[in-house]
Design a binder for this molecule. Sequence first.
Ligand SMILES: NC(=O)c1ccc[n+]([C@@H]2O[C@H](COP(=O)([O-])OP(=O)(O)OC[C@H]3O[C@@H](n4cnc5c(N)ncnc54)[C@H](O)[C@@H]3O)[C@@H](O)[C@H]2O)c1
Length: 327
Amino acid sequence: MHVLITGGAGFIGSHLAEYHLAQGDQVYVVDNLSTGSLANIELLRGNPAFRFAEADILNWGELGRAVAWADRIYHMAAVVGVKKVLEDPVAVMATNMTGTEKILRAIHGGGWNPQVIIASTSEVYGFNAKDSFAETDDIVLPSGGRLRWTYAVTKLADEFLAFSYARKYGLHIAVVRLFNTIGPNQVGHYGMVVPRFVRQAVCNKPLTVYGTGEQTRSFCDVRDTVVALDGLAGCPQAWGEVVNVGNEQEISIRDLAELIVRRSGSSSALRFVSYRDAYGEEFEDVSHRRPVLDKLRALTGFAPEWTLAETLDDLIERERGKNRRVA
Ligand SMILES: NC(=O)c1ccc[n+]([C@@H]2O[C@H](COP(=O)([O-])OP(=O)(O)OC[C@H]3O[C@@H](n4cnc5c(N)ncnc54)[C@H](O)[C@@H]3O)[C@@H](O)[C@H]2O)c1
């Protein structure tokens, strides 16, 4: 199979690339390296079945040819992370909406019907006060132009772009609402909590918990995520549909911090920081983010293999390895 991955030098994209190469597929990655990195794909670049283009999807001259080559497309390129979103909402709008439309236009224009995954996010559920979310639950977004929600709004627009192309032109597109995903290659500097906590714990520095720490999240190992995405892309019943992807196990951020301290044998304390101090006035957090995965299970038989403790142990070990190499 020929697999095109936009944002394939990023966290999830690089795992998709590795997964498909392991299956003997040809993989073509395009990435502008804004949050992704060559380090994420370093080990893949020696593989003759792997090709990389450093380019921006907004003006990539090869887009039409690459799309026509592909049997499968994962559109993962996006501006992500709370910090980036608050710093540069214009870039978020451009990449996340115009970028997606360009991909969909190219697919339609190619006259060929590859399997397509469009990455959306659990953030689209917005302020809905439920504690777990099914795909049919309402989306509740605040009015008044609060920039913190720019990312969610762009991803919601992507969903509707994808549905429009799928229904009008019969394209084979599944939209995935990814909940918090964790694993190797994820970086902490864009506001992602687990890599930040792991780094702080391994260095015996205080773990900075934003807000009260009572907010809960569900974390899915990226190596389970890629299996789910592969299953959905190849599942005709998923085309034209939106499907949650994540893990149902839930943990408060305070408990997560304590767990990471315990599992790493760290002497770190927890330091509580207000959202205002961490992100400025604009930021608002949501209390719970747990996916209902009935639809994903029904479509693909998905069952995650990694427990949170196993993923954390793996990440702690890798972080220690990095520190040993630096020392
Ligand atoms: N990681 C999560 O928990 C999570 C949760 C919900 C949704 N998602 C979605 O999954 C996708 C992948 O996220 P990730 O966590 O791997 O983030 P990431 O930042 O590691 O990956 C995004 C990649 O896209 C690239 N990129 C950004 N703008 C680009 C452009 N204009 N042209 C080409 N490449 C560009 C970046 O350099 C990066 O490599 C994103 O669409 C994101 O919205 C991720």
